[in-house]
Write a protein that binds this ligand. Structure first.
Ligand SMILES: N[C@@H](CCC(=O)N[C@@H](CS)C(=O)NCC(=O)O)C(=O)O
Length: 208
């Protein structure tokens, strides 16, 4: 088994690396250079036709893409410690929060990155991606609004989906850190979100 990976600040491969660290699992990492466009080469598209990372390649050659799907596979392989919940209630809530942080914050951060960040200007030209600056600016507001909403939602609890650390925390951490990398910092008045961020960032896995 090996993981086709990309270095920081790429948020999606990082989610798998954090997950592996939390599980105490070690999987060989194969670096794919996004800057050099290796993810769009035929060799990588044979693993993931969308030309994205991460991809987990199993020993029989099966390629699993999509961060959450990769982590679900790993959870099935090694259930302890559980990061997707064990009871029906935990499983439902963790899944809900993964989707919510991806949809209410992550998607908007991604739109800012593609449409309005200087770093992606040349990348967009090379790959024929049309950029919409206004949409990028609008998405920045939506991302900040999502963070403010999440701050309210997690009031009174230590982790995104409840009292235990879960995949929802991994999803949110990678999104919040990538947002900061592209200049979308957590709002000053989001004290609960900031405290949560400090809590999960203090875990050794956050270095992955
Ligand atoms: N839905 C995918 C998204 C993967 C993704 O967007 N990965 C980024 C790197 S963090 C990438 O490969 N971007 C290049 C592209 O989309 O063309 C997942 O969850 O794994």
């Amino acid at each position: 088994m090996k993981l086709y990976d990309a270095a920081m600040p790429a948020p999606n491969p990082r989610r798998v690396r954090i997950f592996l660290a939390e599980k105490g699992l070690s999987v060989p990492l194969v670096p794919v250079s996004l800057a050099a466009g290796e993810h769009k080469q035929d060799e990588h598209r044979a693993r993931n036709s969308l030309g994205q990372v991460p991809v987990l390649e199993l020993d029989d050659g099966t390629a699993i893409s999509e961060t959450i799907s990769i982590c679900r596979y790993l959870e099935a392989l090694q259930p302890q410690p559980p990061l997707f919940g064990t009871t029906p209630k935990e499983i439902g809530l963790i899944d809900m929060w993964i989707r919510r942080v991806e949809q209410q914050i992550g998607a908007h951060v991604g739109h800012v990155w593609i449409n309005a960040h200087p770093y992606t200007e040349r990348y967009a030209k090379t790959h024929g991606i049309q950029r919409y600056a206004d949409f990028g600016d609008y998405s920045r507001g939506r991302a900040l609004g999502g963070m403010t909403w999440l701050d309210r939602e997690i009031a009174g609890r230590d982790y995104i989906a409840g009292d235990s650390y879960s995949m929802a925390d991994i999803a949110a951490l990678s999104i919040v850190d990538f947002a900061a990398f592209i200049g979308i910092e957590m709002p000053e008045d989001c004290a609960g979100l900031r405290a949560w961020h400090a809590r999960v960032s203090a875990r050794p896995s956050a270095q992955a």
